[in-house]
Design a protein. Structure first.
Length: 147
């Protein structure tokens, strides 16, 4: 069976060879580009029909489709990311994480935002002073249970 790492390498090569964008791949799979990209990078999975459509679009075989359908083991290699873009998100959570927690608790009560019942959108917002990155996290609030 193909590993998630091998699957990702195969998909990235096919994406490069085809000269397509993640939005094109997501459209072929019939799902949101953030989720499909995450699945292709090994952090989520696709159902059978979405995986087959994606592989058909990229010209990939059933081993890739099977790997896309496999449930991932979500792990991180480093305690602090070193990629500058990923590090900035880490930095933002470090700087604003306690603020987010305080405001979520004040507005919702004691609980967390789900990363399972969750969506994310990434948009480019034109600005004369330099384009802006707009990231929207939308997760279900899950209150802690008292017992």
């Amino acid at each position: 069976m193909m590993t998630k790492i091998e699957m990702t390498e195969t998909i990235l090569k096919a994406k490069f060879d085809k000269g397509c964008r993640w939005s094109d791949i997501a459209e072929a799979a019939g799902m949101h580009e953030v989720y499909v990209t995450s699945a292709c990078l090994g952090m989520n999975h696709l159902d059978g029909s979405s995986a087959e459509r994606l592989c058909s679009y990229l010209g990939l075989d059933s081993a890739v489709s099977t790997a896309l359908e496999a449930f991932p083991h979500k792990t991180w290699d480093k305690a602090i990311p070193t990629d500058p873009l990923i590090y900035r998100f880490y930095e933002a959570v470090n700087v604003y994480g306690d603020t987010m927690k305080e405001l979520i608790h004040e507005k919702f009560g004691d609980g967390i935002m789900s990363a399972i019942d969750f969506t994310m959108d990434i948009e480019k917002v034109p600005d004369p002073k330099g384009d802006r990155v707009k990231v929207t996290w939308n997760g279900k609030f899950l209150p802690y249970k008292s017992w």
